[in-house]
Ligand binder design. Structure first.
Ligand SMILES: Nc1ncnc2c1ncn2[C@@H]1O[C@H](COP(=O)(O)OP(=O)(O)OP(=O)(O)O)[C@@H](O)[C@H]1O
Ligand SMILES: [Mg+2]
Length: 444
């Protein structure tokens, strides 16, 4: 009766094994993946480690009430739907649970059909919610970001990708320049034609010319046949001149000619060639500074500088760090076939305060490493490399009092020692009693 493509992960929380079994059987028969917990505490734990679309919970259970679970989900797991099951006498509780955020309630005893309908409604509501609140990330060629700076970047990409004008991408190392270059190509009209990246800094100047423009047979010793260069290969598509600042002045003169006339000579040939390529260049140094020092041709700079895209460093992208952490965690967990993982709130705080000198690349590499190394489903401060745990995470401001610094340091040491007072006191070089007093003082 229901298509498998809508398969959802559903957690059933009920202390009655019969009810759990009944729901499980029914929902699995229509293709859902069903997990169960018999009390609120283990449900909360499960939610912290596993991706779930819908929680179905009883209200009356030994220990904490189902209402507490509803509250926990609405406060901590916004995208998850909640369906409350209740016996007839406690319908009041069901109404209350709707008030605090449950999507639906179902009164016992219910028929299979009532169960399916409620589950359907709750799921479609949460998927709608998720769609409307979904990050713009997905629509932006795999470039994740929601900060003002990145919104500006997306806007410019949107305009630049539909023209044939030259684009210059500026940004520190690891900010995503190549990703943007690809977006410009694959989002544009000639996406079926080749995208040809050229690392101008990685090819010796003597070879760059023949690599870029190709050569004819006999042009030099070893040129046994005529060979096309990057420009010919890119014909109809895009050539990406990465690290454009790393070209010699002689090379720049030749590039200028292609940019002006879309015309060039193969090495060893007197006949000019015409190509139709979109030129995208990238630099992580300020070209204008190089122009001033006569290391970069001014006329080439102006030819390149028609549409510019400025990629902000990650430390200036507000909440993008969180979005990126989330996205890369999910990616590597999936790729490495690990169970669901999360960052502890404290680890997240440290990571968002860090200055990220290596930008998105550094963040991506770190998350990959953490996922590979993790033994537990929660990544905590103790799992982060040393420079994150202490000084580097505090690099942002030089405006804290010594008391504050001490407090933060104590919190970090405690976290790194899994809140074991004796171990933490040893690391701090004080006795346990003093540490206890300091902790008490920190709570004020
Ligand atoms: N906004 C982003 N969303 C998702 N992934 C990103 C983003 N920005 C960068 N990345 C990823 O980070 C890595 C580095 O990006 P990229 O190679 O484009 O940076 P770059 O600016 O060209 O760096 P460099 O100057 O060192 O060459 C890549 O794996 C890329 O996919
Ligand atoms: Mg690059």
């Amino acid at each position: 009766m229901k298509a498998k493509k809508d398969q959802a992960n559903i957690l059933v929380v009920d202390d009655s094994p019969e009810t759990v079994e009944l729901i499980k059987r029914n929902l699995e028969s229509i293709g859902h993946q069903v997990y169960s917990a018999n009390n609120v505490q283990s449900a909360v734990k499960f939610l912290g480690s596993m991706h779930v679309d819908l929680v179905i919970t009883d209200l009356k259970m030994p220990g904490e009430s189902g209402l507490e679970l509803v509250r926990h989900v609405t406060e901590n797991h916004k995208g998850i739907g909640v369906l409350v099951i209740t016996g007839f006498p406690s319908i009041q509780g069901a109404v209350q649970s709707i008030k605090i955020g449950a999507e639906e309630y179902l009164v016992k005893p219910f028929t299979d059909d009532e169960l399916f309908k409620s589950v359907d409604r709750a799921l479609s509501r949460t998927s709608k919610q998720r769609k409307s609140s979904s990050k713009p990330a997905q629509q932006n060629f795999g470039i994740i970001g929601d900060s003002d700076g990145m919104q500006k970047v997306f806007k410019t990409i949107g305009k630049a990708k539909v023209t044939s004008a030259t684009v210059l991408i500026k940004g520190e190392s690891g900010t995503g320049k190549e990703l943007v270059a690809r977006a410009l190509h694959y989002g544009g009209q000639s996406s079926a034609a080749p995208f040809v990246p050229v690392n101008c800094g990685g090819i010796p100047d003597s070879l760059l010319e023949s690599e870029l423009f190709g050569y004819v047979k006999g042009a030099f010793t070893g040129a046994n046949e005529t060979r096309a260069g990057f420009f010919q290969t890119a014909d109809g598509g895009t050539i990406f001149l990465d690290e454009i600042s790393n070209t010699s002045l002689a090379m720049q003169a030749k590039l200028l000619r292609v940019l002006q006339d879309k015309e060039f000579y193969m090495v060893g040939s007197k006949k000019s060639q015409k190509v139709n390529v979109k030129i995208v260049a990238a630099t992580n140094v300020d070209l204008m500074q190089l122009v001033k020092k006569d290391l970069f041709r001014e006329d080439l700079f102006y030819r390149l500088n028609i549409i510019t895209i400025d990629l902000p460093p990650l430390r200036e992208r507000d909440n993008d760090v969180l979005l990126l952490l989330d996205a890369f965690l999910e990616k590597y967990v999936r790729e490495l076939g690990k169970g669901a993982m999360r960052f502890s709130p404290r680890a997240l705080k440290t990571l968002t305060e860090y200055a990220w000198p290596g930008n998105v690349r550094e963040l991506q590499n770190l998350v990959q490493r953490l996922v590979i190394m993790a033994d537990e489903s929660t990544i905590d401060i103790a799992d982060l490399p040393g420079n994150f745990r202490f000084s580097a995470s505090r690099m942002k401001g030089l405006n804290r009092t010594l008391d504050e610094v001490e407090r933060e340091y104590i919190i970090d040491v405690l976290a790194a020692n899994k809140n074991n007072i004796s171990h933490a006191a040893k690391v701090l070089g004080i006795d346990r009693k003093t540490l206890r007093e300091k902790i008490k003082g920190a709570g004020k």
